[in-house]
Ligand binder design. Structure first.
Ligand code: PHE
Ligand code: FE
Length: 281
């Protein structure tokens, strides 16, 4: 599984660097292609239609590690987002600052052949294959920018621990309800073979209807598949429910107990029974 956290202010370098696409080796491109072929097949019928449409538009992704300049041409025409390369972990302020201006920060390194299935830190496959396709979707693109602005505000309010959970349970590990059944939109799932199967097919994890305050209280695991996924009805719903001022919500949530990753509350709406059965495999 791959994880993306909000970075670490200690010892971080916030500078934007060139991707230096020309410096990737044939082995690096080969690893990308292996991952790409495997995931793009697996995600048919698992990823949401909005993601798959974006992946299609970013056709350059299939040949090898994509050149950010080419991705940026496509993004420029669709939602105006841009990808910028950074050395690794950057400060939270820089991460949110870029996002608030529709710049998505991505690492430029790719995992080794020995790490195909498991990574502690995000690499370019996670950052680009996982995140970038949905940046072509107008509603999701607006949500992520709003999140960036909300991040800068949460920094000022000392509420980042709470807000980070929203990122985790939406941008990284979110599921979307569709008439055909649940579909993936979270990037942490998209870039993981194991979790893209587990999150939909395994009976163990909870799949709970999106509930903002509930998410802000819920801790998450960075070292294993999730025990709980939150399911949205649409990106418009996500945008609408996160539009209110969070300042009073943070104050309220700070008074309530945290919720463990696997907990189910009596008030939770478990959405599985509302899904149609999956007919594809
Ligand atoms: N409405 C949030 C606030 O006032 C901002 C936000 C929007 C945060 C979307 C996350 C996602 O802080
Ligand atoms: Fe990520």
């Amino acid at each position: 599984m791959t994880t993306t956290d909000h970075g670490n202010a200690i010892g971080s370098d916030d500078s934007v660097i060139p991707q230096a696409w020309e410096t990737y080796k044939a082995e690096d491109h080969a690893i990308w292609r292996r991952l790409f072929e495997r995931q793009s097949k697996l995600l048919v019928g698992r990823a949401c239609a909005e993601y798959l449409a974006g992946l299609d538009q970013l056709g350059v992704c299939a040949d090898g590690i994509p050149d950010f300049r080419k991705l940026n041409e496509v993004l420029d025409r669709t939602t105006g987002w841009q990808i910028v390369a950074v050395p690794g972990l950057i400060s939270e302020a820089a991460f949110f600052g870029h996002m608030a201006e529709r710049r998505f920060v991505a690492t430029r390194w790719i995992r080794s052949a020995a790490q195909l299935d498991y990574l502690q830190e995000p690499d370019i496959f996670h950052d680009v294959f996982g995140h970038v396709p949905l940046l072509t979707n107008p509603a999701f693109a607006d949500y992520l920018q709003a999140y960036g602005r909300g991040g800068l505000k949460a920094l000022r309010l000392g509420a980042l621990d709470m807000l980070a959970r929203l990122y985790w349970y939406t941008v990284e590990f979110g599921l979307l309800r569709t008439p055909d059944g649940p579909r993936i939109y979270g990037a942490g799932i998209m870039s993981s073979k194991g979790e893209s199967i587990y999150c939909l097919d395994d009976p163990h994890p909870n799949r709970i209807a999106f509930d903002l305050k509930r998410i802000l209280r819920t801790r998450y695991r960075i070292d294993d598949f999730q025990e709980t996924y939150f399911v949205i009805d649409s990106f418009e719903q996500l945008m609408g429910e996160t539009a209110p001022d969070f300042a009073p919500i943070y104050r309220q949530v700070a008074e309530l107990a945290e919720i463990e990753p696997g907990d189910v509350l009596p008030t939770d709406i478990l959405v599985d029974r509302l899904f149609d059965g999956r007919t594809d495999t």
